[in-house]
Design a protein around this ligand. Structure first.
Ligand SMILES: [Zn+2]
Length: 203
């Protein structure tokens, strides 16, 4: 409500409110974080003269979510500065979360370089470790992440093929493809570091 009414995005103490005022209805859509003042106001308004209805509050909530999402993925536009170039400063907390993802990515690259291959367990670890990336980086970075995933998946397939493929033309083709992917992976280290730079300037 602070945001919806006053575009106020400062940090507030608050509580989770039940929008339909039924404490037993804990469906996610019925819950909304309200600051203490607005929670009070929302709950104490007599039902006859309800100042705020559910639709209004959920709209404010959706708008706030969209605003936060936009600010995370596009801090430059949200803050309105255009002269900071590519280096956006971030909070230490954001930095730590991004760094965790960096190590998740690096672990997959390291595994591929060390073993010339990739196991299903590596994919699982990679997916878990980089799950939050969508919210913490921009589109270009996430495209790069998807590309790494695709290459690794392809490497998994070629590795399986090579186990049974006899020497010959087909094997050579697959070997060649594998080599290309591994080269791409080894070059992606510097690409990764370059891309990370933009997201790791602690304020
Ligand atoms: Zn409020």
């Amino acid at each position: 409500m602070c945001f919806g009414l006053n575009k106020d995005t400062s940090v507030k103490k608050g509580q989770i409110a039940h929008l339909d005022r039924k404490p037993s209805n804990n469906k996610l859509d019925n819950l909304c974080f309200l600051c203490l003042d607005h929670h009070n106001e929302y709950d104490s308004t007599p039902s006859q003269s309800r100042k705020f209805n559910i639709a209004e509050i959920t709209e404010y909530r959706d708008n706030l979510y969209a605003f936060i999402q936009d600010q995370i993925s596009n801090p430059k536009i949200a803050k309105g500065d255009s002269d900071q170039g590519d280096s956006q400063s971030c909070t230490f907390e954001l930095y730590e979360r991004r760094l965790k993802i960096y190590y998740g990515i690096k672990a997959l690259l390291d595994k591929i370089i060390a073993t010339d291959g990739v196991e299903l367990a590596d994919f699982r670890a990679f997916s878990t470790n980089t799950e939050e990336a969508y919210f913490l980086f921009d589109e270009a970075f996430n495209n790069f992440l998807s590309e790494i995933y695709r290459k690794a998946a392809r490497l998994h397939t070629t590795g399986k093929k090579l186990k049974h493929l006899p020497a010959g033309a087909e094997r050579s083709t697959v070997c060649e493809e594998e080599e290309k992917i591994i080269n791409w992976i080894s070059e992606s280290y510097s690409e990764l570091r370059k891309k990370m730079k933009k997201f790791t300037n602690v304020r």
